[in-house]
Ligand binder design. Structure first.
Ligand code: HEC
Ligand code: HEC
Length: 283
């Protein structure tokens, strides 16, 4: 089993070209004012694995990187504007908008993205930001939930994320979240599909290398939602997980499933200390 997996990854991963090996050393400053931490010491729970963690931004071309350095260039920003309109729009049986309870998004949502997924005491579950948005829509507005990885959800998440740009990701893995975190960790190291590859096979053991025509990152989620040039839309975390698992030719979990919620919690904590970047730009 192990031998087969090693062969699969060896066949997929090409020796790095020296020009692109590893992360680059560029600095990410957005709009000339928001200084992003894109390289930092690995959080304690990862210190046997990595010394340093890197934002996926470091693995993109200069052209793609530049799109994220100025909000006028960032193609995700039109969706942030759309979500701002949604924020102020009354929907559902209770006659309320998000703004009815949370008022100004910049004030009420500052710091929120940085700590999600987060344990919700009343619900007795770990909630992703998407789950919380839908809980508010259903329970507080009497509105229909957004489809988990829909364009509307990605836009609303982007609006909330923007309010925390530059703040360090600080997702809790202890206390009541510990059990879910362990589940997520187990999924991260499980080998999926015909190729028998785990997330770690690519994003831990081979980051910096080229795979097909792509420069492998550590698979961090501090930049989500991401606008991908490839599909010209905002992509959610679970949408990306789904795509990565499919690439191993495995059946995948559904966006919003307990498995992906646990995986998101775990992957988020692998990025503790990096800046919230969302919405970012990737290829
Ligand atoms: C009727 C009032 C109400 C409406 C309308 C409402 N919310 Fe909430 N929302 C709450 C309450 C109450 C909480 C829980 C407060 C807390 O514990 O931080 C909350 C929490 C949140 C949180 C988590 C904040 C945190 O600090 O963890 C997010 C994100 C959120 N709401 C987004 C939205 C969005 C987006 C909308 C519109 C689609 C919305 N809410 C509509 C009442 C509302
Ligand atoms: C066969 C190799 C492979 C496997 C296995 C794989 N991925 Fe990926 N993943 C990629 C490639 C290639 C990309 C695009 C380049 C990059 O950002 O690393 C990517 C991108 C990502 C990104 C986006 C990073 C960013 O900065 O936008 C995340 C998050 C991610 N993967 C998570 C995962 C998770 C979680 C798993 C396990 C369920 C997984 N991947 C399994 C190859 C893989």
């Amino acid at each position: 089993m192990k031998f087969k997996a090693m062969t699969a990854i060896a066949a997929l991963v090409a020796a790095p070209l020296t020009a692109v090996a590893g992360p680059d050393e560029d600095n990410l400053v957005v709009n000339g004012e928001i200084e992003m931490v894109t390289t930092t010491d690995a959080p304690a729970h990862l210190q046997d694995t990595f010394d340093t963690i890197y934002s996926g931004w470091h693995f993109r071309s200069d052209e793609t990187q530049a799109l994220q350095m100025d909000d006028f260039e960032n193609p995700a920003m039109v969706f942030v504007d759309q979500a701002q309109e949604m924020w102020d729009t009354v929907e559902g049986s209770e006659g309320k908008s998000c703004a009815s309870c949370h008022e100004d998004v910049a004030e009420s949502m500052k710091g929120v993205r940085a700590v999600y997924p987060k344990w919700n005491e009343a619900a007795g579950e770990v909630r992703t930001l998407s789950m919380q948005i839908n809980a508010c829509r259903e329970d507080n507005m009497g509105a229909d939930p957004f489809k988990y990885d829909s364009a509307q959800m990605a836009a609303m998440e982007s609006l909330i994320s923007v309010q925390s740009r530059g703040m360090p990701v600080n997702v809790a893995m202890d206390g009541p979240a510990a059990e879910t975190w362990e589940q997520g960790k187990e999924i991260y190291y499980t080998r999926f599909g015909q190729l028998e590859l785990s997330c770690a096979s690519c994003h831990e053991l081979n980051y910096g290398n080229m795979i097909r025509a792509d420069h492998l990152s550590q698979g961090q989620i501090n930049g989500f939602p991401t606008y991908r040039l490839k599909n010209a839309k905002l992509n959610t975390v679970h949408g990306r997980f789904k795509g990565c698992i499919r690439d191993t030719r495995a059946e995948t979990f559904a966006p919003g499933s307990p498995e992906f919620v646990a995986l998101e919690l775990y992957v988020a904590t692998r990025g503790n200390g990096l800046s919230v970047e969302g919405p970012s730009v990737r290829n």
